[in-house]
Design a protein around this ligand. Sequence first.
Ligand SMILES: NC(=O)c1ccc[n+]([C@@H]2O[C@H](COP(=O)([O-])OP(=O)(O)OC[C@H]3O[C@@H](n4cnc5c(N)ncnc54)[C@H](OP(=O)(O)O)[C@@H]3O)[C@@H](O)[C@H]2O)c1
Length: 286
Amino acid sequence: MNDTATTADSTAASAPDLAAVRVALIGAGNMGGPVGRAMLAAGVRPAHLRIANSTPASSERAAAELGATAAASRAEAVAEADVVVLGVKPYQILDLVAELRDELPAGTLVLSLAAGTTLARIEEALGGDCAAARAMPNTPIAVGEGAVGLMRGSAVTDAQHALLHALFARAGAVVDIIEQQVHAFIGAAGSLPAFVFTLIEAMTDEAVRLGLKRDLAATLVQQTVRGAATMLSESGTHPAVAKNAVSSPGGTTVQGLAALEREGVRAGVAAAMAAAAETSRAMSGD
Ligand SMILES: NC(=O)c1ccc[n+]([C@@H]2O[C@H](COP(=O)([O-])OP(=O)(O)OC[C@H]3O[C@@H](n4cnc5c(N)ncnc54)[C@H](OP(=O)(O)O)[C@@H]3O)[C@@H](O)[C@H]2O)c1
C-alpha cells in the first residue's frame, strides 16, 4: 500500500495509481454500496475492494451486486487495506473503530461516511497509528452525479488526501469542507435529493391531474428539472436572471411564479434544509 501514498507524496502532481490501492468496505448498504461502486468506476480493482457486511451471506450478496470481493470477516477485509471505508450506521461507528484498531495496518486511512460522529471522536477511538477522514456523499453518486464533501483529519497526508479525491473522481462533484460546514452540507446536498424527489413527485402528480399520462408526465418533469440545472451550471446564469428572462408581463410563467410564492414554496424548501442541518448539528453534539 502505502507505496501509493509515498509515490504521491514525492510527486504531488501525479495521480494515484488506483489499480494498486486496496479498499475495505465495512457496510455496503444504501450509501456504502454506491461509494464502493464509484470507487470501482474510478479504477479500484474488484479483487482489491473487499466487503464485510454484518454476515458473510450479506457480504457475498453485496459483493456480487457491486462486482467486488466478499471478505470472510471484518478482520480479513481490513488486512492490507490502504483505505477502510466505514458505511455502518452512525451509532455503530465508534464501537467498530475500537474493534478494528488493532487489526488495521499502520498508516491505514479510515474513511467514515457517518453523519454525526466527529473526526475528533473517531481519531480518539482509533489511537495513534492510522489517519481518519470523513466523506459526506449523497445518493446520486450512484449515477456519477452526486456531491461529496470531504473532511480531512489531522493525520491525513497530502498523498492520502489526493487518494480520496481520486477514489471519488467518478462520483460527481467532490469538494473539501471543514467539519463545521458539514451541517450546511447535509442541508444543501446530503439530504437534498430527498427534497428534490418530493418536489418532482408533486410536479408529476400535478401534471397527471392536468391531463398528461403518468409516464409522459414523469419524462417531462425529470427532463425539465435536469435541463434547468444543466442550463444554470453551464451558463453560470443567476437563477433569478434565468427566471426573469422567461416571465412576460401578465403571462403564464409569471402567474405561476406568483402562485409559487403565495404558497410559500421558498420558505418550505428553506425550512426543510434548515431542519436537516439542525438535526445533523444535534447528532454531532455541536
Ligand atoms: N443514506 C444516505 O443518504 C446517507 C448519506 C450520507 C451518509 N450516510 C451515512 O451512511 C451510513 C450508512 O447508512 P445507510 O443508509 O447506507 O445504512 P444501511 O443501508 O442500513 O447500511 C448499513 C450497512 O452496514 C452493515 N452493517 C451493519 N452492522 C455491521 C457490522 N457490525 N459489521 C459490518 N457491517 C455492518 C449492513 O450490513 P447488513 O445489510 O448485512 O446488515 C449494511 O450493509 C450512515 O452512517 C449514514 O450516516 C447515509
